[in-house]
Design a protein around this ligand. Structure first.
Ligand code: PEP
Length: 256
């Protein structure tokens, strides 16, 4: 199975710094068949970075999009505007849900906007610490997947990626345990199976995100059902990010 290593740069690096960092990555990122490497700079940096990178070496993702294609929506950037520039877009990141009050409806519409503009949505799902302590993890994951993928056609699902990102593990000191990740990924696949059938549930790429780095990434990538990593902080450290891509390439080779 193909592996995905996706770097979410969040609100870091200005345009100049983004270009420098992309150039630094380009010096050592391998081009491997079994791995799709994606960087997600800020909206401002997408265009200049797009012009400088080798698109066989890395693809571009946006960190968000608005779901209407055009109109009087001051300050927003639509998936239609990103079309042709970004190949991926992160949708429903917990920081969007929490800080910007995005709800399931916004997220669902964004998934659809991405798909109709030929951009692959990376649908983020995950429970908060409180939901976890209340034993609600399974329920939350099923709800978020069901809602996010509602109205997605079965002929479109092969364009969708899902990232399991437990909110309590993002930006923290450690990732979720291997057992927790494996269990959550199983719940997500089962929900996809209910909606789209067995084959779809086995092939939809599911990534893990939350405090992954070079030290723990290889082990996480080896968990059954995990097809890649959505990486925050470690994606801004070139040797860490490149190391994760190399680890993913090795694991993809071993799985063949
Ligand atoms: C994220 O915000 O998606 C993320 C995974 O961040 P970090 O790797 O820094 O925990």
């Amino acid at each position: 199975m193909k592996k995905y290593i996706i770097g979410n740069w969040k609100m870091n690096l200005n345009v100049h710094e983004s270009s420098l960092f992309a150039a630094k990555l380009a010096q050592s990122l391998p081009i491997k068949r079994g791995v799709e490497t994606v960087i997600c700079p800020s909206f401002l940096s997408l265009q200049p970075v797009s012009l400088q990178i080798n698109h066989r070496q890395m693809k571009l993702g946006a960190q968000n999009c608005y779901w209407r294609d055009e109109g009087a929506f001051t300050g927003e950037i639509s998936a239609a505007q990103l079309r042709g520039l970004a190949q991926y877009v992160i949708v429903g990141h917990s920081e969007r849900r929490d800080v910007f009050n995005e709800d399931d409806r916004d997220i669902r519409f964004k998934v659809q906007a991405a798909l109709r503009n030929y951009i692959r949505p990376i649908l983020c799902v995950g429970e908060t610490e409180m939901e976890r302590n209340d034993g609600d993890t399974e329920h939350v994951l099923c709800d978020q997947v069901a809602s996010g993928l509602m109205n997605v056609g079965s002929d479109q699902l092969d364009q969708v990626l899902i990232a399991y990102e437990p909110v309590w593990a993002i930006g923290s000191s450690a990732p979720a345990s291997n057992d927790d990740i494996a269990a959550a990924v199983k719940v997500v696949r089962t929900q996809v199976e209910h909606m789209f059938g067995k084959t779809a549930s086995e092939t939809v790429p599911i990534l893990y995100g939350g405090s992954s780095n070079l030290e723990n990434g290889r082990e996480i990538l080896s968990i059954t059902g995990v097809d890649g990593l959505l990486v925050g902080r470690a994606s801004l450290i070139a040797p860490e990010f490149v190391g994760l891509v190399n680890a993913a390439a090795e694991i993809s080779r071993e799985e063949k």
